[in-house]
Design a protein around this ligand. Sequence first.
Ligand code: ADP
Ligand code: TYD
Length: 208
Amino acid sequence: MTGKGRFITFEGIDGSGKSTQARLLAERLRTQGREVTLTREPGGSPGAEEIRDLLLTGAPDRWSAETEILLFTAARRDHLERRIAPALAAGQVVICDRFADSTRVYQGATRGDLRGLVDQLHGLMIGREPDLTLLIDIDPDTGWRRAKARPGAEARFEDFGAELQARLRAGFLALAEEAPERIRVIDGRGSADEVAKAVATAAGPMLA
Ligand code: ADP
Ligand code: TYD
């Protein structure tokens, strides 16, 4: 299904710099003449972007924990079918800002212990891991300041507070220990250019 393409995801807490680094890596690879699809979750395809609106706007109790996981998974399935898999089959590098690790960490940490359910649904409906995941690691205070400085109405998940961001950070680092061959931890504290250099070094062998 995925042909000769390469599937790279960025993960990390809100404000860690994922979107910035995903964009910089895409620009770097395009400069080298590679075909790149730059995308994000939740969203990335027209249907999944509609589901994104359902997930990220409205009251905090708009969805039950279980319904929320179904919506994230439905969005991911549509994104995978319509955008990610075709691009990989065409030999492109697909760079995605968040993917299944976000569901493992966020839905696991914020809505009770639902990791088992998340893993079952992933196995049934997604069944694919990235070739490489770059975890941009930042302390919650810095991430919080960066995220808060950004405009936008999608506050449902970002209004979590520093304590929860610390648990999310620990959750991502634990995942990286579970899957060290796939997930590389990148120090997110430097300037965007410094972090981009570390990202390029980590992604280099996989893209060679
Ligand atoms: P994320 O996608 O992880 O939420 P963003 O890439 O959107 O993070 O970055 C959040 C904010 O911080 C943006 O305003 C962005 O311009 C800024 N930013 C990103 N990387 C850095 C960095 N290394 N140093 C300082 N500010 C940064
Ligand atoms: P995103 O737009 O990446 O936020 P940010 O740029 O601030 O990091 O993601 C929106 C929110 O959705 C974010 O708070 C994390 C949350 N989320 C989940 O809870 N589960 C998921 O599976 C995904 C993909 C995102």
